[in-house]
Design a binder for this molecule. Structure first.
Ligand code: KPL
Length: 299
């Protein structure tokens, strides 16, 4: 299968590397330099659990590409721009594997190909240009964005599973996206602000804060007619934090590199959707990360 990974940062490179390790797949990474040039020159080295070295194509220019599948792994604030670039190419299926909410709708509004929703809870870090490390085996969950069954989702799940990626097809993607939002709301900002690994949210002090952010997210989900209990949100948070305990969250990686974070699409999204509900933990985490962004001149 021909696959384009659109936004091959840490997670995109990990998934692209795994898919490229299956000789039936031809993978192209759309990435930033110096990562794209390093992959072109010496291939992509995947370290950790999914260890392999592969030679996918890599480019910094995503215009005019054609493939069976485009996996979109860009940051949520880049989704609209990614959709414009994807629209210059041709794809049979688009799969969003991004943090935050509303990405699939943004892609579907601009693109003709069917858009599937997905979440990925793998831990991944770009150690150097051309080198990505898998720091936690998580899970990829994918399915029709409005819920229900999807033959396309089944086929893509088989493709991912053949490449060694833990993959589940879900018929309740809207709920799964909220569940993943609760996980990110509880892990990302806290680990970024405290410069800790994901496992820190299971420890004293941070744990209360993380559980509170996840529970608030579940409450807001329910007010949006999505059936996610507080307990389910907490179990999901604890499970991902345990599986990826040694991982540096994507927001911590962003803050470390002084890049814009996904705070608006994670805790900020919960605050925006809360209407008259009180979500003090998400509000404080959003304010702190936005303050950091302002301090370094990003916002
Ligand atoms: O999605 C993630 C992220 O860092 O953005 C988790 C699953 C928390 C892995 O670190």
């Amino acid at each position: 299968m021909e696959i384009v990974i659109f936004g091959a940062g840490s997670l995109g490179s990990l998934i692209g590397g795994a898919l490229a390790s299956d000789s039936k797949n031809a993978v192209t990474l759309v990435a930033r330099d110096p990562h794209a040039s390093a992959v072109c020159a010496s291939g992509l080295e995947v370290r950790g659990e999914l260890e392999t070295t592969v030679t996918p194509h890599a480019t910094t220019d995503g215009h005019g590409l054609e493939a069976d599948l485009a996996v979109v792994a860009v940051k949520s604030f880049d989704t609209a721009a990614a959709a414009e670039t994807l629209a210059t190419g041709s794809y049979d299926t688009i799969l969003s594997l991004q943090n935050g909410m509303g990405n699939e709708e943004t892609l579907a509004a601009r693109l003709e190909a069917p858009v599937l929703a997905g979440t990925a809870s793998y831990g991944a870090i770009l150690q150097a240009p051309g080198v990505v490390e898998c720091t936690g085996i998580g899970e990829i969950v994918l399915g029709a964005r409005a819920g229900g069954s999807s033959d396309r989702a089944d086929r893509i799940s088989d493709l991912f599973a053949s490449a060694g990626l833990e993959t589940t097809v879900a018929t309740d993607m809207p709920r799964r996206l909220w569940e993943k939002l609760a996980v990110n709301a509880g892990i990302n900002a806290i680990t970024a602000l405290t410069e800790t690994e994901n496992g820190a949210v299971l420890e004293a002090d941070a744990n209360d804060l993380a559980l509170s952010a996840a529970r608030e997210t579940a409450r807001v989900a329910r007010s949006c007619a999505v059936s996610l209990s507080n307990r389910e949100a907490v179990v999901a948070l604890e499970s991902v934090a345990t599986e990826t305990a040694a991982n540096t969250s994507s927001m911590r990686q962003d803050i470390h590199a002084e890049r814009r974070t996904e705070i608006d699409a994670i805790n900020g999204y919960v605050v925006d959707r809360a209407a008259e509900r009180q979500v003090p933990t998400n509000r404080i985490l959003t304010a702190l990360v936005r303050t950091w962004e302002r301090g370094v001149g990003i916002r």
